[in-house]
Design a protein around this ligand. Structure first.
Ligand code: ADP
Length: 904
């Protein structure tokens, strides 16, 4: 097949069909031909047999007639006469043969021979009729009794003249004479000839038929060869046009790779297969084009991503700069406020200074909130996984917001469903931040009614629980169109909201991010004028149990002068900051020198001996890093403690400072406590830690049973009154557990309950918290008359009462500690403790420690365990800046809440 000839698949199919159809017809024709040839042969065979038999029959019939006629002439037995005529008239063999021969369309020659035989036969019959007439007449048979043919035969005159005997003899003679034999021979000759001719003809016919059969067989063989040939051609066609091309395509595609840009299938085979290859090539080309386009797009995206990263970096740098720029003046403000506070001030001035500090701290808090949000956005905020008590967390939240709610006349309900696990592992501070934000908003935007906090269990799989928190209020509600937007940054319900209620619009956006970090979702359902329900979910691990309790203690103050006779160089280009740092360091006892630039610092380090250098990082001409590197190569200054001072609140500064040879890094605003902590690492002084820790131990033993300081504040700060109350408590109630046991033993539950209830009230007032809790439990058990519990609870109550009385007695007999009471204003509002502490922490005021210790009860009850212990830890290790950050979030909420209260 010509390979250039392109066939369609349909053409091949038609060709196959046509060839098979043609083969079918040929086969059918050849079978028919074969069949007819065989039949012709069989017919010829049969005709030959039949003709042969006819010849025999004719000869036999003639002999039979001769035989019967002769027998009659000899025996004169009528039977033979009858048989003879039966043959002539009934059997008619001779006539039948002739008519059959005629029927079989024998050639004329044969028919002529038969006619001749018949003619001679008729002549012989005439002789035989004469013989029979002679016999019959000799027998005297009347004519009418003769067979018709015999009766109609008339004897010649001579015969008639013969007597009967002569007639009989004559009858015999004519049947056996030579004439009869000659006549007989005349019949048999044409019959014999007929048989010979006929035989030859039939043999010829048979030979022809046999030849036809042979031809049919040959034809069939030729046909078979043609069919095999046609099938072979078809198979080859199929292979060439279909199978080979498909194989080739497969081979080409097997070694194909997307990287080969110029790949194409060589079209071959049927039109359809060629089309397939061409379509594939077209498709591949467009795919390649698409690939190139995508690659281009990818490159563009990569560039865009790099640009975005650069932009993000620029944003981070902007934030760093902004924080630097804002923190630097803030540093100045808080620093001077600190210094100013340590000078002699009138009441008014003290108040103004306090307000300046508070405003600066609030501004710092807002910056922190913005940085907080940026931190979440940049994915830099990670959650802690700490065990916590959910009930306690919510209790603490309740304490935090209850004041604000009470001031607005709002009721707050907390409902934790029974199946919610109490002890969880998660970031309790962030959880509180979210709930507190929702609660603060609820209080802020509600003027009357109830705020309902509900905690439910959504899923509980193994050691993981998904909780749903909802905060429902009866406040102003949110318009439908604003519902989605309020979770966006800096978005408030409407423009008038910020005017009326204040706020930054950042709270819910931060909540949404934190909830996202907790694998949860936050949403709101609200109707304007009806109220709002904020719901969020969060995932926690379930803790088996957690260690509870807060280690409370007081920390002594006074860091003043601990670095006496130590020399320090302050390198700072900003004169105000320099002045401030100088004063702080001098108040710590340092002998200070100041350098206003990197160059000046180099010169001064060369000329003087210092115990340490406080090095600002950002300075014109020569920055802190460079100055440090140069100091390090100076003789004798390899180990001079150099502490970096940076206003950049971004990562990487500490690392760079270390790389340039600095020993440590502090951030601005300068935190004296942190500064002391760092300097202590490098400058040998008296170990004040030990002293602090001893005092801490001492204080913590006496506390816990009765929170004296909080108790004093509770009654307006009058220590004497408080002591009087304690005295009354000691004299009236210390022996009450015996009385209660007595009442219970005689079944007087009513009286027992009344007495326990009274003690519970007093314990609350004097801040004997263990006693108050034990009373509450005992009271419940008495009401329920739970016998088993009662035994235990009375013992617990007994111990709490005794311990409370014991420490109260010690307290009553201890003279007033002026150092502690001095700092505490009797008019101080409860939230002022938080502001005061934040104020001290942000300023890095060492007073923060003693203030925290003396107000421990307030913080313990308004912060959760973790916050409290974190704060305590951080304050104890002078990490006041971080402690300030922790406290800031809580304060922000409370401040907003109070702001809301004031707006109403
Ligand atoms: P803001 O500091 O302004 O309160 P938030 O992100 O916490 O910022 O809240 C955004 C806005 O959502 C609010 O200004 C107020 O319009 C709306 N909003 C939040 N909580 C409530 C609530 N409980 N009832 C009515 N409006 C609310």
């Amino acid at each position: 097949m010509n390979s250039k000839m392109i066939l369609k698949q349909s053409t091949i199919s038609a060709l196959i069909l046509g060839i098979f159809f043609f083969i079918g017809i040929l086969l059918a024709a050849s079978i028919l031909f074969m069949n007819s040839s065989i039949q012709a042969e069989q017919t010829a065979e049969m005709r030959r047999t039949e003709f042969r038999q006819l010849g025999i029959n004719l000869a036999d019939a003639s002999d039979y007639l001769t035989d019967e006629a002769r027998k009659y002439a000899v025996t004169n037995d009528i039977v033979h006469l009858e048989k003879y005529w039966e043959e002539i008239n009934k059997t008619q063999t001779r006539d039948n043969v002739i008519s059959r021969v005629r029927e079989l369309n024998s050639p004329d020659e044969e028919l002529a021979l038969l006619a001749e035989a018949k003619r001679y036969s008729d002549a012989l019959v005439s002789t035989e009729r004469r013989s029979m007439r002679l016999v019959l007449e000799a027998q005297g048979v009347p004519e009418k009794n003769m067979v018709n043919e015999v009766a109609t035969y008339y004897l010649s005159i001579e015969d008639q003249k013969l007597n009967n005997a002569e007639k009989l003899t004559k009858a015999r003679e004519i049947m056996f004479d030579s004439k009869y034999d000659a006549d007989k021979q005349n019949i048999m000759n044409p019959i014999a000839k007929f048989q010979t001719i006929m035989n030859d003809r039939l043999e010829a016919e048979l030979a022809t038929a046999r030849k036809a059969t042979t031809r049919a067989a040959i034809l069939q063989m030729i046909l078979a060869v043609i069919i095999i040939g046609a099938i072979a051609v078809l198979i080859r066609l199929l292979f060439k046009q279909v199978t080979y091309p498909i194989n080739n395509y497969t081979q080409q595609l097997l070694v194909f790779s997307f990287s080969s840009a110029n790949f194409s299938l060589v079209p071959e085979g049927t039109q359809e297969l060629r089309m397939l290859a061409m379509n594939f090539n077209e498709l591949y080309n467009s795919f390649q084009e698409e690939l190139i386009k995508r690659k281009l797009a990818e490159d563009t995206m990569k560039t865009a991503k790099e640009e975005a990263e650069l932009a993000n970096k620029a944003k981070s740098e902007f934030l760093a700069n902004m924080s630097h720029e804002i923190r630097t003046p803030l540093n100045t403000i808080t620093g001077y406020e600190y210094l100013l506070n340590n000078t002699e001030l009138g009441v008014k001035q003290k108040e103004y200074v306090g307000k300046i500090g508070m405003a600066a701290n609030n501004l710092l808090a807002i910056i922190n909130e913005i940085l907080d949000f940026s931190k979440i956005e940049a994915g830099k905020m990670t959650l802690e996984a700490i065990e916590f008590d959910l009930h306690q967390t919510l209790q603490e939240l309740c304490n935090m917001v209850s004041i604000g709610a009470q001031q607005k006349g709002l009721e707050i309900n907390f409902d934790i469903k029974d199946d919610v696990p109490q002890y969880l592992i998660g970031d309790t501070i962030r959880l509180k931040q979210v709930i507190l934000n929702l609660l603060s908003n609820a209080i802020k935007f509600t003027h009357q009614g109830i705020i309902h906090v509900l905690v439910e269990l959504m899923e509980n799989e193994g050691m993981q629980a998904v909780l749903r928190f909802s905060v429902k209020d009866t406040g102003i509600g949110i318009a439908e169109k604003n519902k989605e937007a309020i979770f966006e940054v800096f978005t408030q319900g409407n423009a008038s909201t910020s005017r009326k209620y204040g706020g930054t619009g950042l709270g819910l956006a931060i909540c949404k991010k934190i909830v996202g970090l907790m694998a949860g979702e936050i949403s709101v359902e609200s109707e304007e004028g009806e109220g709002s329900t904020f719901t969020f979910s969060a995932k926690f691990e379930i803790a088996k149990d957690i260690a509870r309790g807060i280690h409370k203690g007081s920390i002594p103050n006074a860091l003043t002068g601990i670095f006496k006779q130590k020399r320090i160089l302050i390198v700072e280009d900003n004169l105000i900051n320099l002045q401030m740092a100088k004063e702080i360091l001098e108040s710590l006892g340092f002998d200070t020198n100041a350098a206003e630039s990197g160059w000046a610092a180099l010169r001064m380090v060369k000329e003087n001996r210092y115990d340490a250098v406080l090095m600002d990082i950002r300075m014109p001409v020569m920055d802190g890093y460079e100055a440090t590197r140069r100091i390090r190569v100076m003789d004798g200054n390899e180990s001079l403690p150099i502490i970096a001072l940076s206003a950049d609140a971004v990562e990487g500064v500490a690392e760079r400072a270390k790389e340039s040879g600095m020993n440590s890094c502090l951030t601005k605003p300068l935190n004296p406590i942190k500064l002391v902590e760092v300097l202590k690492e490098f400058i040998t002084i008296q170990d004040i830690h030990q002293v602090f820790d001893e005092r801490l131990e001492e204080a913590s033993t006496s506390q816990g049973w009765v929170e004296f300081e909080t108790g004093i504040r509770r009654i307006g700060g009058n220590r004497t009154n408080y002591k009087n109350i304690l005295e009354q408590f000691i004299s009236n109630h210390c022996e009450d557990s015996k009385k209660i046991r007595g009442y219970i033993s005689v079944g007087n539950f009513e009286e027992a309950k009344r007495l326990v209830h009274t003690i519970k009230g007093i314990a609350g007032n004097i801040e004997a918290n263990h006693l108050q809790a034990a009373s509450e439990r005992l009271e419940k058990a008495i009401v329920n008359q739970a016998d088993k519990e009662l035994v235990l609870l009375i013992s617990e109550f007994d111990i709490a009462l005794k311990e409370s009385c014991h420490y109260s007695a010690i307290f009553v007999s201890t003279p007033v500690d002026q150092d502690i009471t001095e700092d505490k204003s009797p008019e101080m509002e409860s939230t002022d403790y938080l502001f005061r502490l934040l104020d001290l922490l942000t300023k890095g005021d060492p007073e923060a420690k003693s203030f925290f210790a003396s107000s421990a009860h307030y913080f313990a009850s308004n912060l959760d365990d973790h916050e409290y212990s974190h704060l305590r830890k951080k304050i104890a290790s002078y990490d006041l800046e971080e402690a300030a950050d922790d406290l800031q979030r809580v304060i922000n909420r409370i401040r907003l809440m109070e702001g809301a209260v004031k707006h109403v």
